[in-house]
Ligand binder design. Structure first.
Ligand code: PEP
Ligand code: MG
Length: 567
């Protein structure tokens, strides 16, 4: 048996699909004339293999998806797709790999510069084809993460956030990684989709082989290779227990989120992609407290256009059908990279060029996004939230860009919600400390404890070596949370929380006591949180929070909160 750290509960049975990353280095070589035919042949064969592969993927699909795939195949069959590549081999004597790189890139550019949105979007298809052709030339084993066999258990060194954004969650019964922490985006996504996940499994990609039959326990972090009948039975019993807990929680499906003494709160969901809004509604989310818009950007090989973002935000607005949806503007940098932005490597990325800092430095990126959100606000109740605000100046600057966008839309006679709410994340200690000032200049707060903790106690959120120090129970973190809530209430605005702490039943009584108005969490934590809230007395929670705020030690805070919830 292998063991790691369980980061998303549940039992998974399935077959291993190994994800090993190969870094490609495309070297430019000059080939002799007599090799030209051979290089041309290599490109044609690689392209044919990709076409065949795509055709076989078409067997199981129908409808719009099949139409899209058919269009994709037609692009590959069009001789002009590789004419630039052929020229690069014939006239410039480039080797096949380098010719594909430059040849396809010039076609991509032509498409990117087209005015027609549909044609411009095809550049992504061509980039994808290029990567697949190169994969064949380098004889790489490629795995289409968007289409996996049923009962797949992904085993990887580490999943990048863009890998995670692509995953075919329907067919995944587990995720096992060697690296990554409890609050990595992969872990968060796994919890959103109720997929058992285990991280910190040493040498998992060496020990486990493609196709291995394994079973995993996402609570304990245990991995069974070729599980025995006895092991299987034990896991099935556990799975049943988890199921019955789920059934018990079903009682809270149609209940209000209100304490025993009548204090109502909002229970919202955190989502990544627009389609996650359906998962949120199935889990009775009353709104979306955080749409991490960076997933849209990471799911794409080029900067998503205003049109494609508009379509995505409109989709969420429509799915949520009048319920509030808070869209956080691009929060890239830190542990989230966008290759096409070509960001410089930094010594301290979490303290660096990221989120609102990057967006204010490159306002055209922010403008494109804000225009898309504003336009989509005509189709539902959307709100805008700026991440990583550390000062009043940043908030004012971001609001100015928003005003510019509104004016542009007014001039273009495009409708949007004139009263769209504008809020900020409180995830930097400086923002929490001046919360009363910031609150006067925006409509709501959402506390991001994932970052607030790391910046308060100077502990990188994904660094396992120092993870013991990363705790929401630290009295300094709690003081800052209180500052944010009090600051918001002084200015009569709402204070929510969208960090992972908001969904922890042992922390909820403290948050209720401090007066938090909105709790936003992974969809699958909502029913449990509602059960917790329904069984609380807000007055008792307020007393508890007064007691906690006096404490000096994180351990004492944690102990007291556990006692309270179990009493
Ligand atoms: C947070 O920092 O708490 C948060 C919700 O944002 P993210 O986890 O996306 O950084
Ligand atoms: Mg954050």
């Amino acid at each position: 048996m292998l063991k790691g750290k369980g980061v998303s509960t549940g039992i998974g049975f399935g077959n291993v699909v190994l994800l090993k990353k190969t870094e490609r280095e495309i070297e430019k070589e000059t080939i002799p004339k007599e090799q030209i035919e051979q290089e041309l042949e290599k490109v044609h064969e690689a392209l044919q293999e990709v076409i065949k592969e795509t055709e076989s993927q078409m067997n199981n699909i129908t409808g719009t998806e099949a139409d899209i795939m058919q269009a994709y195949i037609m692009i590959m069959q069009d001789p002009s797709l590789i004419s630039e590549t052929e020229n690069a081999i014939k006239n410039l004597n480039y080797n096949a790999e380098y010719a594909v790189e430059v040849g396809f890139n010039s076609v991509i550019q032509i498409f990117e510069n087209m005015d027609d949105e549909y044609m411009a979007a095809r550049s992504r298809d061509i980039l994808d084809i290029k990567n697949r052709v190169l994969g064949k030339l380098f004889k790489e084993k490629t795995i289409d993460l968007t289409k996996l066999r049923p009962n797949t258990i992904i085993v990887a060194t580490e999943l990048t956030t863009s890998d995670t954004a692509k995953l075919d969650f329907e067919n995944i019964s587990g995720i096992v990684t060697e690296l990554g922490g409890e609050n990595s985006h992969t872990s968060i996504m796994a919890r959103t989709h109720t997929i058992p996940a285990i991280t910190k499994v040493k040498e998992a990609t060496k020990i486990l082989k493609d196709g291995d039959n394994i079973a995993i326990n996402g609570t304990t972090g245990e991995i069974y290779i070729n599980p025995t009948e006895d092991e299987k039975q034990k896991l099935l019993v556990l799975e049943k227990q988890l199921e019955s807990e789920k059934v018990e929680l079903e009682k809270y499906r149609n209940k209000e989120s209100v304490t025993k003494d009548g204090i109502k709160v909002k229970l919202y969901a955190n989502i990544g992609l627009p389609s996650d809004a359906e998962v949120a509604l199935n889990n009775t989310a009353e709104g979306i407290g955080l749409l991490r818009s960076e997933f849209l950007y990471m799911d794409s090989d080029t900067m998503p256009s205003e049109e494609s973002q508009f379509t995505a935000y409109k989709k969420v607005a429509e799915i949520m059908d009048g319920r509030e949806t808070i869209i956080r503007t691009l929060d890239i940098g830190g542990d989230k990279d966008l290759k096409y932005l070509e960001l410089e490597k930094e010594a301290n990325p979490f303290l660096g060029y990221r989120a609102i800092r990057l967006c204010l430095d490159r306002p055209s990126i922010l403008k494109t996004q804000l225009r898309a959100i504003l336009r989509a606000s005509a189709f539902g109740k959307l709100a805008i939230m700026f991440p990583m605000i550390s000062s009043v100046e940043e908030l004012r600057e971001a609001k100015e860009v928003l005003e510019e966008c509104k004016k542009e839309l007014d001039n273009e006679n495009i409708t949007y919600d004139q009263n769209i709410q504008v809020g900020i994340m409180i995830e930097i200690p400086s923002a929490a400390l001046i919360a009363d000032k910031l609150a006067k200049e925006c409509d709501f707060f959402s506390i991001g404890t994932n970052d607030l903790i790391q910046y308060t106690v100077a502990v990188e959120r994904g660094n396992e070596k120092i993870s013991k120090l990363y705790t929401k129970f630290h009295p300094a973190v709690i003081q800052l949370i209180k500052k944010a809530i009090d600051g918001a209430h002084l200015a009569n605005i709402i204070c929510g929380m969208c960090g992972e702490a908001a969904g922890d039943p042992s922390f909820i009584p403290l948050l209720v006591g401090l007066g938090l108005d909105e709790f936003s969490m992974n969809s699958n934590s909502i029913l449990k949180a509602r059960k917790t809230i329904n069984n609380l007395n807000a007055k008792e929670c307020a007393k508890l929070s007064e007691e906690i705020i006096q404490m000096a030690s994180a351990k004492d805070v944690e102990k007291r909160l556990k006692e309270f919830i179990n009493q």
